[in-house]
Write a protein that binds this ligand. Structure first.
Ligand code: ARG
Length: 462
């Protein structure tokens, strides 16, 4: 493509280090679409003749059909998807193909193609997260009143409902989706027409190409257009945050599925066995989601460091923008799908969760709250009285509500037999009916809000 300036061809090493076709062939659909928008504009503006524009557009359609049928050929001499397509176009339609690159550079071309790709990826990620939210809300509704221990420091703290626990993840994903939506608004400007870095002297119509490719407007600065990769970083930052949330959810399932917990039976379809221990059923999918978050965060770090310190405008370092984004996108899509299946198909063992909630004096706060409310004792003092009761129950190896009234009254005479009604795990969760609290009634309200927000009113499902 630049033979005029060079006396010798590139060495084998130059060819190899330079070639991006092994990975940027994933952009072929975007590359064809952007070229078609560009040549239509060139024709409409009279920069190339109508016949040439039509011949190029038809040739591009033929190249696209070949790619769809046979894949994109990988010739390192052709370096990247842009030159691969242009060279095939020339084989098909002859020298007129050379007019396609008028008023354009690979710099604005790759910036445009990659934006289009990332934009699709934002939309697909958002759709995946919507499905995960539907699964979370469905299971939360089903388990609005299923009692389990709530933890702090992974120590039993207070009883909560499983529905409440699952809706915590719904909220995280809701914020993640808003990150994707923000990123999409910000990135939806078209760099095509920035040319190499300075714009072009040809009378191009950037509004036309922007509109044809579904962008809101053309970008405002040609230098920025060809050197900005923050749209890709915005995606990776959102992807990293999403992967952290998925990793935490995966970790919950890993813990809950372990034998000492036994809160959940994982779907066979998302588990594996052991080649040596016949009894094993391993949570590999969840572990890989947890593991993949490391690679996704690594992809973000990789591109941040690639971009750090690059002077304007384009430098070849930026060719390395694509592998981390492609890798993160496919790992993330798999992770979202795996967690959606896990949430939708796991069998929760209400008996085990309920029994665990009875352990660890999870209703001690309810005793303290009862003392505050019924005996008008300041909370700090109530906390101390309750601590004595827990110590006594622990020394006898019994639950708080199994302590005889006389023993409780020996600790504090203001306690009476109404206290027992407050000490069950059901009473404990029912009492926490503050906005956003764990009470089953609150969970049902939040499920209703979530269904509305997801555009999934009752009666629409199925
Ligand atoms: N393959 C290149 C990339 O992905 C396309 C842009 C090349 N531009 C250039 N001036 N060499 O960045």
């Amino acid at each position: 493509m630049w033979g005029g300036r060079f006396a010798a061809g590139p060495s084998a090493i130059m060819r190899e280090i330079n070639a991006s076709i092994p990975f940027d062939k994933a952009l072929w659909g975007q590359d064809i679409a952007a070229s078609k928008a560009h040549v239509a504009m060139l024709g409409a503006a009279g920069i190339v003749s109508a016949e040439d524009a039509a011949a190029i557009a038809a040739g591009l359609d033929q190249v696209a059909a070949e790619y769809a049928a046979n894949g994109v050929p990988e010739d390192w001499d052709l370096e990247d998807i842009h030159m691969t397509t242009e060279s095939r176009l020339a084989e098909l339609i002859g020298p007129v193909a050379g007019r396609l690159h008028t008023a354009r550079s690979r710099n604005d071309q790759v910036a445009t193609d990659f934006r289009l790709w990332v934009r699709d990826c934002l939309d697909q990620t958002d759709a995946g997260l919507h499905a995960l939210q539907v699964a979370l809300v469905t299971r939360a509704d089903e388990h609005a009143a299923s009692i389990m221990p709530g933890f702090t420091h992974l120590q039993t703290a207070q009883p909560v409902t499983l529905g409440h626990h699952l809706l915590a993840y719904y909220e995280m994903i809701r914020r993640d989706r808003s990150r994707l939506a923000d990123a999409r608004v910000r990135m939806n400007e078209c760099p095509l027409g920035a040319a190499a870095l300075a714009g072009t002297g040809f009378p191009i119509d950037r509004d036309a190409t922007a509109a044809a490719l579904g962008f809101d407007r053309p970008t405002a600065n040609s230098l920025d257009s060809v050197s900005d990769r923050d749209f890709a970083l915005d995606f990776l930052m959102a992807a990293a945050q999403i992967s952290l949330h998925l990793s935490r959810l995966a970790e919950e399932f890993i813990i809950w599925a372990s034998q000492p917990f036994g809160f959940v039976v994982l779907p066979d379809s998302l588990s594996t066995g052991s080649s040596i221990m016949p009894q094993k059923k391993n949570p590999d999918a969840a572990e890989l989601v947890r593991g993949h978050s490391g690679r996704i965060v690594g992809a973000l770090t990789s591109l941040m460091i690639t971009m750090k310190g690059l002077p304007l405008a384009y430098s070849k370092d930026m060719q390395d923008d694509k592998p981390p984004v492609f890798e993160a996108a496919s790992l993330l899509a798999l992770s979202i799908a795996a967690m959606t299946g896990m949430v939708a198909e796991a069998r929760f063992r209400e008996d085990r969760m309920r029994a665990a909630a009875e352990l660890g004096y999870a209703t001690a706060t309810d005793l303290a709250d009862w003392l505050v409310r019924q005996a008008d004792i300041p909370f700090r003092q109530a906390h101390h009285i309750t601590g004595s009761a827990v110590r006594l129950a622990e020394s006898r190896g019994i639950a708080l509500d199994r302590l005889p009234l006389a023993d409780l009254q020996a600790i504090d005479p203001r306690i009476d037999d109404r206290v027992f009604a407050a000490l069950s795990v059901e009473a404990s969760v029912a009492a926490r009916a503050s906005h956003g609290g764990t009470a089953p009634g609150q969970v049902k309200l939040r499920v209703a809000d979530a269904r509305l927000a997801l555009g999934w009113a009752p009666g629409l499902e199925g």
